[in-house]
Design a protein around this ligand. Structure first.
Ligand SMILES: [Zn+2]
Length: 78
């Protein structure tokens, strides 16, 4: 009787354990793909156009003025 009960219990529990393990595996894969997609967005910088010559330069290297962005200090004076 106890053997039958354990057999029935294992039949019921095994699929649940399988679903939980597979669910965690899928969740881990989903989180990994999410983390791998994030860094490129942070690396790519916003490009700004020089108001004088039209050259695109990263915003961190550009010279911002009231008229807009410039690629070099000389172009801000022109
Ligand atoms: Zn320029």
């Amino acid at each position: 009787m106890i053997f039958r009960f354990l057999l029935l219990l294992s039949i019921l529990i095994l699929p649940i354990v399988g679903i939980v393990v597979y669910g965690r595996y899928l969740l881990g894969r989903w989180l990994n793909s999410f983390e791998q997609k994030q860094p490129p967005k942070q690396i790519t910088q916003k490009l700004v156009k020089c108001a004088y010559c039209g050259t695109f330069v990263p915003e961190s290297q550009a010279y911002p003025t009231q008229d807009g962005y410039y690629c070099s200090q000389e172009h801000t004076k022109l």
